[in-house]
Design a protein around this ligand. Structure first.
Ligand SMILES: C[S@@+](CC[C@H](N)C(=O)[O-])C[C@H]1O[C@@H](n2cnc3c(N)ncnc32)[C@H](O)[C@@H]1O
Length: 422
């Protein structure tokens, strides 16, 4: 049985406010869970298909709630940046409605502890333009998908850049934050960084995908966001048994299995890897069916420019994944096949006109690639353990321990995938 404790008075006051806003709760309430902050607990047995929470549009905080006079101050800003700007600089009268809700949110210190974007420089070295020290002089502590960098080798030049939105996560987040910061400071030069970045992270970690029915998905999906009171108590689980829907009038959260009284109810924030969850939400779950490692940088080291051009031409350039459940993806196998066949045999094979390559040979190539990742993990763990020994600050120690935990998960994923290749 899950252990949990009462959430505290401010949550009772907020729940009362939520009811007044037309938010309906059926057999759920907020509770405090060790290691996860607040979450949602079943207060009775819930049957499959029951709607547990519904939140009307009128209670949500969307960009349409922001007075046009405020929006017009900006000469273009992301919706994310605008929501954070409104929470920072909106007039007292417009913000009054949200007071009880805001009292339930995490504090800035919680973000400083959990969110790598606010961690000390030495722990968050990445290939971001916003870094102060050059990456080459410092060891990389974050996983490669977050930092875009490796300790044990240098990335090889690509024949063509491609979208690697999952392999460079921290730099992308920093870019979004810095760009919003620039836009807000242009209008409010005295903005306090601590206050603005706090609100930006509140929106980052608590917003829901929000698009009116029939509306086109914006170019940057990060712009389709809104804050949904009470529903923002749900913690994430990859295989959550909770169907989330929005019909233009209300958000609903429906059970897809029965829950016992006292069980925590999760929703899924999306099929995210642990590296993404670490950077965007500040945690790394023990179990995650969507966890994934990308071998792109490792694989590209092994190919000549001509081979990479061929992979590009045949549309097998990049996005080489391994996962616990499925092992190497087909694209990874295709890349490994290139190493085991003549060019003509390989072309025939991928075009469905020739025999498949020898599986043992293909697996040997993939095993070597995975070994490079394992070596990187061992290297990072050794560095982190040395840093941990020398560290005197408790708050930094716990961040280092979180990173060691993530690197151990990476090692496990590599080991398991290799084992399944036998
Ligand atoms: C939408 S909020 C959920 C409510 C939040 N736990 C709170 O205390 O207010 C998202 C945040 O909850 C935490 N969280 C969500 N799922 C988690 C999980 N499975 N394990 C640990 N923390 C989790 C992370 O800090 C994340 O940024």
């Amino acid at each position: 049985m899950t252990t949990y404790s009462p959430p505290g008075e401010e949550h009772a006051a907020f729940t009362q406010w939520a009811v007044e806003q037309g938010i309906e709760m059926n057999g759920v309430e907020p509770a405090r869970f060790p290691g996860r902050g607040l979450g949602m607990v079943a207060t009775k047995k819930i049957e499959a298909n029951e709607v547990m929470v519904s939140v009307p549009l009128s209670a949500m905080l969307t960009v349409d709630c922001i007075p046009p006079s405020f929006i017009n101050l900006f000469n273009g800003i992301s919706n994310h940046g605008l929501l954070a700007a409104f929470l920072t600089h909106g007039d007292t009268e417009s913000l009054k409605k949200y007071t009880l809700w805001r009292a339930t949110w995490p504090k800035r210190q919680d973000f400083e502890d959990g969110m790598p974007v606010l961690w000390p420089e030495k722990l968050r070295v990445s290939n971001s333009k916003h870094h102060v020290s050059p990456a080459s002089t410092t060891s990389i502590a974050l996983p490669p998908s977050a930092s875009g960098l490796w300790n044990t080798f240098r990335k090889k030049k690509l024949v063509e850049e491609y979208k690697t939105k999952n392999q460079n996560i921290l730099a992308q987040q920093e870019q979004r934050l810095q760009s919003a910061w620039k836009d807000v400071v242009a209008v409010f030069p005295d903005t306090d960084w601590e206050v603005y970045s706090y609100h930006w992270l509140i929106v980052n970690t608590r917003s829901f995908f929000y698009l009116m029915p029939g509306e086109d998905v914006p170019e940057d999906t990060n712009d389709a966001m809104a804050l949904v009171p009470f529903a923002d108590y749900f913690n994430h689980r990859d295989d959550a048994q909770c169907e989330v829907g929005f019909d233009g009038q209300k958000y609903t959260f429906q059970a897809t299995k029965s829950y016992e009284k006292g069980e925590e109810i999760y929703m899924s924030y999306g099929p995210h890897s642990n590296d993404l969850l670490l950077v965007e939400y500040g945690f790394c779950p023990e179990e995650n069916g969507s966890d994934v490692l990308y071998l792109d940088d490792i694989i590209f080291r092994d190919f000549t420019t001509a081979e990479k051009e061929e992979l590009l031409f045949q549309q097998y350039y990049g996005d080489y994944q391994i996962t616990i459940d499925s092992g190497p993806c087909f694209r990874t196998e295709v890349a490994a096949s290139m190493k085991c066949m003549s060019r003509r045999e390989w072309r025939n094979y991928i075009q469905g006109r020739g025999a498949a390559p020898n599986t043992i040979k293909v697996n040997n190539v993939i095993r070597d690639w995975i070994e490079v990742y394992t070596k990187e993990a061992n290297f990072a763990i050794n560095i982190l353990q040395a840093v941990l020994k020398a560290e005197t600050e408790d708050s930094t120690k716990s961040k280092i321990q979180a990173l060691v935990g993530r690197w151990n998960q990476i090692k496990h994923l590599c080991d398991q995938t290799t084992l399944n290749l036998e």
